[in-house]
Design a protein around this ligand. Sequence first.
Ligand SMILES: [Zn+2]
Length: 342
Amino acid sequence: MPPLIAWLYLLTPKDRVLSALRGERVDRVPVSAVTQVGTVEAMAKTQAFWPDAHSDPEKMAALGVSLYRLAGLEAARIPFCLTVQAEAMGCPVDMGKGDRPPTVVAHSQAQIDQVALPPGYLDRGRIPMVIRATELLRSRYPDLPVMVGMEGPFTLAGHLVGIERLMLMTIRQRETVMNVVDICTKASVEYARALIDAGADVIVPCDPSASPELMSPKDFSSMVKPKLQELAQAISKRGGIGVLHICGRVQRIMKDMAETGFDSLSIEEKVDLSAAKALIGPKPTLVGNVSAANTLFLGRPEQVREEAKKALAAGVDVLAPGCGIAPRTPLENIRALVGTST
Ligand SMILES: [Zn+2]
């Protein structure tokens, strides 16, 4: 057998997804998810329910790999919220219910100039549990890409001091805001390194609060982009692959996102994929962009297939939900998504 053909036959989901994220040649476009994967149907089938799966490493690992086992989605992806770092930095978190993800209920810092990286950061809150779940997935699923999501620096800063307050302060107290975002970046770098050391292949900072729907592209460019660059560099230096996810209509910051140094960008259906490809070229690669909130959650399998085919035709590198999978998304629709790429 010629070496190239032999290699194609030997591709594991891990090889396929990681190569595709890096923009290397693969046998077919992988079907994966870099955003939240916990669904109510999968919780029942794996007996790993929310809210327990947010803090029990065994349950977190079981649910994180559930859509691979039940539908063939090429991913082991944890955790299922964007509150782990906020909690470790002192924010009280409501752990939610069976179909409601955890949320930050109060900010940890009344005094914005008192924000600091707590000593023993990696031992705080649920950080040790996510690290343990990463180790479990790595040792049990050597052929799957292990992906871990986390709050992006600006979203984390918003959790700590309140997003409205942070936005208002960007006008008059820019230095103070920059200082908070800088501390959040340092926290994220430390956490990302520990996750990679525990066996994570892919780190996915999700920074919804930095979306142009909330923040001006100019502020993104001057305040958030340099911090994301720092984070991307730290992930890659440690040997991980970085995927940046920002929700919503990110067209106006697409070029800046591409210049952050992340290997790949995860985008929603609100972004025209062909236009994004035309704007940024082959790298970073693009992950997405089947509508999680509409098509996957509420649509019929035919509609999922139709939208997936559109993304494939537009040149998506990794076919995936555009944002976090809604907990009540039918498994049938995940199977339809997986069946599209052959
Ligand atoms: Zn999103």
